[in-house]
Ligand binder design. Structure first.
Ligand SMILES: Cc1cc2nc3c(=O)[nH]c(=O)nc-3n(C[C@H](O)[C@H](O)[C@H](O)COP(=O)(O)OP(=O)(O)OC[C@H]3O[C@@H](n4cnc5c(N)ncnc54)[C@H](O)[C@@H]3O)c2cc1C
Length: 422
């Protein structure tokens, strides 16, 4: 029995994804599955003998990769995320005509708003364009969120919150992007990218921020094929025993460096400044300094990403020195973020950087007098449109912390009640 136990490997029962390691679509699908914490087996067609055998049992060939095989036997070639979500049983369309509150964006702020909205009896829908968790979902380890003394991954935190929100009765719809919002007959009418419309009495914008894109030769072409924004968790395994580079000196870069150091042979952190002190938490700086495989490259910039089908090297340049080419299996970019508010700017007032103005900041803005039409002043998290609230990182003055986003998302529901009672 002991020898059988030592050698027996039960057949994998979850989703199986067959593809080429450096295909951007394979990367997107892996990221999507990880974001929903779906257990999946990745089979690299070029390296894994089982991949070809498994593919032969389907109607597809190598030209159709990536191919997803679901536990119920359904097979999909090159599925987009919406198709994959349908296969996984994720809700992709609204079930009702009208909601008390629709929350846009399922980062920590949106998930908290959904938990409070549903638990307080509001008909609540939360819409997410990617995966639950937002920026926090891409964090490999959150160590400062209250109640988790040994830390937890952002995906796990998001999964817990998503489960909690749906258990309490919120509808979670994804991957769907809200592209427009208008006010008609006293209702907020949201338009999704597939032109579907959804009606709500109140809306909470928790759209957060998205990664800034870096421009340098090769970066765009190799994006998803060795060059990644966030995604350290998804791609860490593919970097085993290889050198990787990280651009950025914030906490997100620091967490990624620590996580990648358990796989990669060397991790180089490229920053333009002198040190991490001004931009990274002390606990991470300490962890990094005690990890011999991580090296900080100050006063340095990445000039080019090189490679055929995938990243093979980066050209980096230290101030005052000539550019030099170094082998690299992956480059992870964390150079800050911008608010995801372009689509709503025609309706809600934003500051010069695109962050949504609410409450007192709105009242202090010179455009307040012409944009706010109610006799009462806006509630603390209310935008210039009554009943349209903003919470979390996309709001002007937000703190860019998981805990503060969660706090604001919860508070927003309090104001939704006050607005609905008017
Ligand atoms: C890698 C990383 C590590 C971090 N680690 C920590 C940490 O350890 N501790 C800490 O306190 N903070 C940490 N932070 C910061 C923290 O994650 C953020 O402050 C927090 O996630 C903000 O939450 P949010 O809900 O406001 O926005 P976000 O997390 O940005 O979420 C916004 C969500 O809205 C969705 N969305 C945007 N537009 C639309 C649309 N039009 N339609 C539908 N959906 C839309 C996005 O896809 C996204 O999921 C980290 C951030 C990063 C990037």
């Amino acid at each position: 029995l002991a020898s059988w136990q030592a050698t027996y490997r039960p057949a994998f029962a979850g989703v199986r994804l067959i593809g080429f390691q450096w295909s951007p679509l394979s990367h997107e699908l892996k990221d999507f599955l990880s974001g929903y914490m779906v257990g999946y087996q990745w089979l690299d067609f070029e390296k894994d003998a089982e991949a070809a055998k498994l593919l032969a049992t389907t109607e597809y060939g190598p030209d159709d990769l990536p191919v997803v095989i679901c536990p119920d036997g359904q097979v999909a070639s090159r599925p987009d995320k919406l198709d994959l979500a349908r296969h996984l049983g994720i809700q992709v369309a609204a079930k009702q005509e009208l909601y008390d509150v629709v929350v846009i964006g399922a980062g920590p702020a949106g998930l908290a708003a959904a938990v409070y909205g549903a638990s307080e009896g509001l008909k609540t829908l939360i819409i997410e364009r990617q995966t639950p968790g937002g920026q926090a979902g891409s964090s490999s380890r959150i160590e400062n969120y209250l109640g988790f003394p040994t830390g937890l991954s952002g995906a796990e935190l998001a999964h817990r919150a998503w489960t909690q929100a749906t258990r309490l009765g919120a509808e979670f719809m994804a991957p769907q992007e809200v592209v427009d919002l208008c006010v008609k007959d006293g209702y907020k009418v949201l338009t999704l990218s597939d032109k579907t419309e959804i009606k709500a009495r109140a809306v909470v914008l928790t759209t957060g921020v998205s990664y800034r894109v870096l421009t340098a030769p090769g970066l765009d072409r190799l994006s998803g094929a060795g060059v990644y924004y966030g995604a350290a968790r998804t791609e860490a395994r593919s970097c085993s025993n290889q050198p990787v580079y990280i651009i950025g000196g914030g906490n997100s870069a620091g967490q990624a460096a620590m996580y990648l150091s358990t796989y990669a042979s060397r991790v180089f952190i490229v920053i333009r400044g002198e040190s991490l002190a001004a931009s990274m938490s002390a606990y991470l700086i300490e962890q990094i300094s005690q990890t011999p495989t991580i090296e900080l490259l100050p006063h340095t910039q990445v000039r080019e990403a090189c490679g055929g089908n995938s990243l093979e090297a980066v050209v980096i340049q230290r101030d005052g020195q000539e550019p030099a080419k170094h082998p690299a299996r992956a480059l992870f970019i964390f150079i800050g973020a911008k608010p995801s508010t372009e689509w709503i700017g025609h309706l809600a007032l934003c500051d010069a950087k695109g962050y949504l103005l609410t409450g007192r900041d709105l009242v202090a803005d010179p455009r307040y007098g012409t944009s706010w039409k109610k006799e009462r002043e806006p509630y603390l998290l209310e935008t210039c449109v009554p009943g349209l609230f903003a919470a979390g990182d996309g709001r002007a003055g937000a703190m860019a912390r998981v805990a503060s986003a969660v706090g604001e998302g919860s508070m927003a529901i309090k104001f939704v009640h006050q607005y609905l009672d008017e």
